[in-house]
Design a protein around this ligand. Structure first.
Ligand code: HH2
Length: 257
């Protein structure tokens, strides 16, 4: 899954795709590079970010979806029912909701009515404050239990269970140690029986793993390493900014496994 953030402020590529024509060109290039789907988003969820309104989010993503929604496999990264509804009309097939249907009471019905795929992600707290002091007694068990409950919630809202994938939410209300423990115990998320998506790409804990305590982003080499670890532990979807090196490395890992 290639990341196309149509935002001025995303943590690692803020502004790169803010102009629709740049986002469209990147989406096409990512698919040419081997991405199975591109994830178009108009709201940053980086630590400390402020929410954007529905009109602004639509203004950002609609031109991109109008151009590539029916041309490429597209996912919409949103927590808003109205944004998801418009994106699905324009050809998107998956709704990637970092709030796991806790953000907008109407989103479940929109996904269900469209028969779309849905990604449910774990997040502790909300983006503005989530990295202030994240705490867990047992991070993997708590994330797995949360995702199990959100699958049940989505199914109760009418979403077909076989359309749902789950995501431990790397970096969303988690310390470096929490992120590493989630990757190490990913089998506990895989045991939920749904495909697991992992989005470690460029996240700052990868810079810290390499010894840079001040890092704001992680390098592509560490991003690929994290995806390979996740693949080895059973993940099947990888949300990444740098598609080509991930496609090559994951392709090689599949052959080598
Ligand atoms: N991470 C980000 C955004 N959306 N969705 C899922 N399912 N999983 C993730 O790990 C995930 C996500 C954050 O990364 P990015 O989109 O690059 O940054 P920003 O939120 O600042 O736009």
């Amino acid at each position: 899954m290639g990341v196309v953030n149509v935002t001025p402020d995303s943590f690692s590529d803020g502004g790169v795709h803010f102009r629709a024509e740049d986002a469209i060109a990147s989406a096409r290039r990512m698919v040419a590079d081997g991405a199975a789907i591109v994830d178009v988003g108009g709201e940053s969820t980086r630590p400390g970010s402020e929410a954007v309104g529905v009109d602004e989010e639509l203004r950002r993503v609609l031109p991109v979806l109008e151009a590539v929604g029916n041309e490429l496999p597209v996912s919409i990264d949103t927590a808003k029912a109205e944004v998801a509804r418009r994106a699905l009309e324009l050809g998107a097939e998956l709704v990637n909701d970092v709030t796991a249907l806790r953000g907008d009471p109407d989103l479940g019905a929109v996904v269900a009515d469209a028969g779309a795929y849905l990604c449910l992600m774990h997040m502790q707290g909300e983006p503005r404050t989530m990295q202030v002091d994240p705490r867990y007694d047992d991070v993997a068990a708590e994330v797995a239990s949360f995702l199990e409950q959100r699958i049940a919630f989505a199914v109760a809202a009418g979403v077909r269970e076989d359309r749902i994938c789950v995501d431990p939410g790397i970096g969303f209300g988690k310390t470096t140690e929490h992120n590493l423990e989630l990757l190490a115990r990913l089998d506990e998320i895989v045991a939920l029986g749904r495909p697991v998506l992992v989005g470690a790409s460029r996240k700052r804990f990868l810079g810290r793993v390499l010894g840079d305590d001040e890092a704001l982003t992680g390098p592509v080499t560490a991003s690929v390493a994290a995806s390979l670890v996740a693949y080895e532990r059973g993940a099947s979807l990888f949300r990444v900014h740098d598609v080509a090196p991930h496609v090559r490395a994951l392709g090689a890992a599949r052959v080598a496994a």
